[in-house]
Design a protein around this ligand. Structure first.
Ligand code: SF4
Length: 101
């Protein structure tokens, strides 16, 4: 029987940056759920389980900052889906424009 193993956020990070030593990624809560919880749900699939794990993660802020800076296109990062991050970025840009006026 072939078992489907879900990729974790850390798998994605390892592709982006192979130096995982001594930083926030060492404390990522999702590492404990690798292969068990899908942090990259397909469109229409629930992200609820992944978001619940993020809610208890001690490095949620750092993870979200990383995802926003690196423009992570897929997955749940820092407790937000790609659509929610996109919305957050859009709202920030609008606020910045209003402040400049
Ligand atoms: S916030 Fe979520 S995705 Fe980010 S490191 Fe923590 S558990 Fe993983």
């Amino acid at each position: 029987m072939r078992m489907h193993v879900e990729p974790s956020i850390l798998d994605e990070l390892a592709i982006v940056d192979e130096d995982l030593s001594d930083d926030w990624r060492q404390r990522a809560e999702c590492a404990r759920y690798a292969g068990l919880v899908d942090f990259f749900p397909a469109r229409g699939e629930s992200a609820r389980e992944a978001k619940a794990i993020c809610a208890a993660c001690p490095v949620q802020r750092e993870c979200l900052d990383y995802a926003l800076q690196s423009k992570a296109a897929y997955g749940v990062w820092g407790g937000l889906t790609e659509r929610e991050r996109h919305r957050m970025n859009r709202d920030r840009r609008r606020t910045e424009r209003r402040v400049r006026l």
